[in-house]
Design a protein around this ligand. Structure first.
Ligand SMILES: Cc1cc2nc3c(=O)[nH]c(=O)nc-3n(C[C@H](O)[C@H](O)[C@H](O)COP(=O)(O)O)c2cc1C
Length: 484
């Protein structure tokens, strides 16, 4: 298998690396109905190894499901090619600095690849042949798309988007997918429907972890995640072209469907409930768009990537918020906002509590940065509900330190603002029932300025921590005491 920049090139290479480090456990005999989901959840709570389920109830050996593959910082660093020794905040900075030099590296079309090892077409199409878990007790169905990368082309501009939107099986030949308002696939599919056409779609249910990771990141409109992956790994992604849609399909993907999504006026089916990343089944059950499958491609001994959300604070998605903090930091840099020293996003899905540290240079500086961030941090339920600004001596990735600053540097009367009217989504558990019914998916954002007040910061009480020189001296003198 080809390697580049040390970044694993497909799901199997990644699992091999984890196995080599003693971080992969094979589980046999589990039931797809609730049991895999519960094992996944309990192992994630322990921050345990990645799991590879085989010999799943009702399925032959070799139809596999991998879960818990990105829930630990060390796993995420391997998948994304981030040096192991970096702190979480430095990992965000590393990724951001690399992104800021982005030059598209488009995918390379090849005519063969492991994904072509098996193909189902016509009357043979049966997505139920794959051991799709019902993850949570009250899920409305079996979700094959949790670690999914969905590929669409903009019908007007021709560029390719890759996005992660959950996918529920409806029947042998049909799946439904849920994508929140404003997501790129939603905009694209509506353009096809307005032209009276069906939207061509490819969905990969197991792929190179970096492709999956990129598909969960809100890259700007017009930037293809496949070009970004090519750039990040220093070599193009190999793709084959789908027979019916012409869409690119990663040649190393595990399990892929190709098909068409008609307007919901022609076919929309009940989707949900689903145990969501906020920790609730909030969005209930609604009609959502479907994909009629024309072709299924899969590798021998195929592996579905399962990445179902579980109740916070356990995080099975991405412990280091590359998908939110990096994006935001990049956008704020583009605006020319100076003296930002760190950005981190905490809370469910690493999307809800955004903390920005800065070196204040002028009156209103923190407010300027916070309001720009509030406008830019979008995508997902209750997104970016809290925007907290702190001084440069506070590490934004350390919530305890951040809370200390909020408790001691923020005057609640003067420095907390609540601004209504920002986009949230049907997944937001705090949408009041009548607001939800009228389709008002908006939320207020809270801006907390926990920086020392600028105009009297020089008279702010000093911090009662031993200075570095004292600490160094003490460390030298009492080395033994601190050696363990
Ligand atoms: C594990 C995971 C699952 C996700 N599931 C969904 C989903 O079901 N629906 C959705 O709209 N967004 C979901 N998201 C967020 C989107 O993938 C994310 O906003 C992405 O940027 C969307 O791609 P786009 O910007 O190209 O539309 C998920 C994110 C992660 C990390």
């Amino acid at each position: 298998m080809k390697k580049s920049d040390g970044i694993p090139q497909d799901l199997r290479e990644f699992l091999n690396i984890l196995e080599g480090k003693g971080n992969l456990k094979v589980v046999e005999g589990a039931d797809w109905n609730i049991e895999i989901g519960a094992i996944n959840e309990m192992m994630a709570e322990k921050k345990g190894p990645a799991l590879l389920f085989d010999k799943i109830k009702d399925y032959p050996k070799g139809y596999r499901v991998a879960t818990n593959i990105l829930h630990r910082n060390d796993f995420q660093k391997i998948a994304f090619g981030i040096p192991e020794n970096l702190s979480n905040l430095d990992a965000v900075k590393f990724w951001k600095d690399k992104w800021n030099r982005f030059k598209p590296v488009p995918p390379k079309v090849v005519n063969k690849g492991p994904v072509l090892e098996n193909v189902m077409e016509g009357k043979d199409i049966d997505i139920l042949k794959f051991p799709t878990p019902k993850w949570h007790e009250h899920d409305g169905g079996r979700y094959i798309g949790t670690g999914v990368a969905t590929i669409t082309r903009d019908p007007e501009e021709g560029w390719i988007n890759v996005g992660t939107y959950r996918v529920m099986i409806q029947d042998k030949k049909t799946v439904a997918f849920y994508s929140s308002p404003g997501k790129h696939a939603v905009i694209m599919r509506e353009k096809y429907w307005a032209q009276g056409k069906e939207c061509p779609v490819v969905m990969c249910f197991g792929q190179q972890p970096l492709i999956f990771g990129s598909s969960t990141m809100g890259l700007p409109w017009g930037v293809s995640e496949l070009d970004m992956v090519g750039y990040m790994q220093g070599k193009p992604v190999d793709v084959i072209l789908g027979k019916y849609t012409g869409l690119p399909i990663p040649a190393n993907a595990e399990l892929v469907i190709e098909g068409f999504s008609p307007s919901t006026k022609l076919d929309g089916r009940p989707e949900g409930p689903f145990g969501e990343w906020t920790g609730y089944y909030a969005s209930g059950r609604r009609d959502e768009p479907v994909v009629h499958i024309k072709r299924i491609y899969f590798r021998n001994n195929t592996i579905i990537h399962g990445q179902p959300p579980i109740k916070p604070p356990v995080n099975t998605w991405f412990p280091i918020p590359l998908h939110t903090a990096t994006m935001l930091w990049t956008e704020l840099d583009k605006l020319g906002l100076q003296n930002i020293t760190g950005i981190y996003v905490h809370g469910p899905g690493n999307r809800v509590i955004c903390v920005i540290s800065l070196k204040q240079r002028f009156l209103g500086h923190a407010r300027q940065v916070a309001t720009a961030a509030g406008a830019l941090l979008i995508g997902g339920a209750c997104t970016g509900r809290y925007i907290i600004t702190v001084d440069e001596d506070i590490d934004p990735s350390d919530l305890d330190e951040v809370l200390w600053a909020v408790c001691t540097r923020c005057d609640p009367e003067m420095a907390i603002d609540i601004v209504p009217g920002f986009l949230t989504s049907p997944l937001d558990p705090m949408l009041r029932p009548e607001k939800r019914e009228r389709g008002d998916f908006t939320t207020a954002k809270v801006f907390i300025n926990a920086c020392k007040p600028y105009h009297w910061k020089d008279r702010f009480p000093p911090i009662n921590r031993a200075p570095s020189e004292t600490r160094e001296k003490v460390m030298k003198k009492f080395k033994e005491l601190f050696s363990k």
